[in-house]
Ligand binder design. Structure first.
Ligand code: 5RP
Length: 291
């Protein structure tokens, strides 16, 4: 074979350099396989360990929401400032160009619409693992209703997604829904986040609350916070700062970014807190400079 003649002889084995330690940066996720870790390293920045996820999945229960009337117009310019895009396959496929090279966290449940006025039911499978792989997703998000009428169905959907996710190396984001019957207490979030992690979620989305550092400590995998209803920008940045200071590994924020007066400035200000150690005041000043 021509290629075997006059090849350079392999001789530089770098004997003086120790092999790299193979610790994994994300809490509780060091024992997964390569594909799973590779996807997690797209979701979370391996340097800061954190992530800014931009959530625009609201239409799957709320229909056309303020700020998301035209996803193609409002989300496309924001995408470059976020680390991850979180939405349904319908929204992504129809409104986001496949050339936007951002990891996708695919909303993979269908839940009760706003007409039901009950965020404690739902949890049916909205997109299976094959759909997620076809969308080149880096994670799937499963909403769970711990303590609500939809508890059993949603936890079943979570477990099946974890089974399939382990087969294909797909992280599952467990989302704690807060419905009518569920109070936003430390006790509730301690319970709900822990249950989702114990059932195999790779990371968990929840709300910021009193005693959040305990919620983080008791959850064996990373936590990201939802933003919730639109707040004044300064307050939303303060919430993000407190969450990161208490150990959250990022945000999965929607309305407080895309409903902001200046969405791209807001997204960049949040990123300063999440990745660069800015406090809320510094981030707010940065927001004002950009706005
Ligand atoms: C509810 C959700 C939402 O659909 C959404 O992603 C949350 O975004 P925000 O509250 O920041 O507008 O996950 O559980």
């Amino acid at each position: 074979m021509a290629d075997s003649i006059r090849n350079k002889v392999a001789k530089d084995y770098h004997l003086e350099i120790a092999p790299p330690k193979q610790d994994f940066f994300a809490k509780g996720l060091g024992h997964g396989d390569w594909g799973m870790k590779n996807r997690l390293s797209r979701l979370f920045n391996p340097k800061s360990g954190n992530t800014v996820m931009l959530a625009f999945d609201h239409g799957y229960i709320m229909g056309s929401t303020s700020g998301l009337e035209r996803i193609d117009v409002t989300i496309t310019p924001l995408a470059e400032y976020a680390d991850v895009l979180m939405a349904t396959r319908g929204a992504i496929r129809s409104c986001i160009s496949p050339t936007v090279n951002k990891p996708i966290c695919l909303r993979a449940t269908h839940d009760a619409s706003v007409l039901k006025n009950d965020m404690s039911v739902g949890g049916g499978c909205g997109a299976d693992m094959e759909a997620a792989l076809r969308m080149n997703a880096s994670a799937v998000a499963i909403q769970c209703f711990v303590g609500g009428a939809g508890e059993s169905e949603s936890l079943e959907t979570l477990c099946r997604a974890v089974d399939a996710g382990e087969r294909y190396g797909m992280p599952v984001l467990g989302v704690t829904a807060v419905g009518k019957e569920m109070e936003r207490t430390t006790q509730y979030f301690l319970l709900a986040t822990r249950i989702l992690a114990e059932l195999g979620a790779s990371f968990v989305k929840t709300y910021y609350c009193e005693g959040f550092e305990k919620v983080v400590a008791a959850c064996p995998v990373p936590i990201v916070i939802a933003g919730g209803k639109k707040l004044p920008e300064k307050d939303a940045l303060t919430m993000a700062y407190k969450a990161i200071s208490d150990g959250a590994k990022g945000v999965d924020m929607g309305r407080n970014i895309f409903q902001s007066e200046h969405p791209t400035a807001m997204c960049q200000a949040v990123a300063k807190i999440v990745h660069e150690g800015y406090n809320d005041q510094q981030a707010y000043e940065y927001y004002q400079e950009l706005a």
